[in-house]
Design a protein around this ligand. Structure first.
Ligand SMILES: Nc1ncnc2c1ncn2[C@@H]1O[C@H](COP(=O)(O)OP(=O)(O)OP(=O)(O)O)[C@@H](O)[C@H]1O
Ligand SMILES: [Mg+2]
Length: 243
């Protein structure tokens, strides 16, 4: 796997923190990594974007690339139209990712918001880019009540487009999970039709970069280069006995 598309069930789910963890583990393993954020919204020129967060957490051996940035915190297509700026098209995303893949062992493509967010006025999405790249898609999800529906909708959208679902990562796993969060550990793989690929502890994004890099392998399963084990996690953190 050279290109991995990282989407989420929405915005502010933990895509960037997850992307940083995957990058950190790969860097530690001696792999060269690039992170591509096709469209960064809600930032002024010169402001740090998601790729800068990834570099801060995973290290400056990660190559950061943005294709477009727009000042208003909106879906990229809307933000581009309102700013009178050209949108980022799926073909550009695919071309940029392929170019990076020629010189890196791993290219992480972080979407904006969820899978079907529009990048342009025609309604192109990250899924279109993933299809052009024939790349697997990792889905970052919330832990709590409401996440099952969003995760199943995302899985169905991927499958109906012929895309490969490479697993679900819980973007922020609380220190003291409530009943819904614990039950979701067992239900998420069922509704996704694919296993859990990791769980990032709440607060990971605010660790020092050294702590983050040292911890990342324990948050991600083997498919993402880590040592996190879904079965062990489910036994420890999953559904409690009834009542
Ligand atoms: N595991 C975590 N530990 C600490 N903070 C987290 C964690 N997950 C998410 N956050 C925080 O929640 C916010 C949203 O996370 P993040 O930026 O990763 O979301 P996102 O899905 O990438 O959002 P966007 O759609 O804007 O790209 C950030 O302020 C981030 O620091
Ligand atoms: Mg992000």
């Amino acid at each position: 796997m050279t290109v991995l598309v990282v989407t989420g069930t929405g915005t502010e789910i933990g895509k960037t923190v997850t992307t940083a963890a995957v990058a950190a583990v790969a860097v530690r393993a001696g792999r060269s990594v690039a992170v591509l954020k096709p469209a960064q919204t809600g930032v002024a020129p010169g402001d740090p974007g998601d790729v800068d967060d990834v570099v801060r957490l995973a290290g400056d051996r990660v190559t950061p690339v943005e294709l477009g940035r727009y000042p208003e915190p909106l879906a990229p297509g809307t933000a581009a139209a309102r700013a009178g700026l050209p949108p980022v098209r799926p073909a550009q995303i695919a071309e940029a990712a392929q170019k990076l893949a020629a010189s890196h062992d791993l290219v992480l493509v972080e979407g904006a918001g969820g899978l079907l967010v529009h990048f342009d006025a025609e309604g192109s999405t990250l899924a279109d880019a993933a299809r052009l790249l024939d790349a697997p898609v990792l889905v970052v999800a919330r832990a709590g009540l409401g996440t099952l529906n969003s995760v199943q909708l995302t899985a169905e959208a991927l499958r109906s487009r012929g895309l490969r679902h490479s697993g679900v990562v819980i973007g922020s796993w609380p220190r003291e999970p409530d009943l819904a969060e614990r039950c979701n550990v067992a239900d998420l793989p069922r509704v996704a039709g694919v296993g859990l690929a990791g769980a990032i502890p709440a607060g990971a994004g605010t660790l020092t970069p050294q702590e983050f890099r040292a911890g990342a392998a324990r948050w991600l399963g083997p498919a993402l280069g880590g040592v996190w084990d879904a079965e062990t996690f489910t036994a420890a953190e999953g559904p409690p006995a009834f009542g």
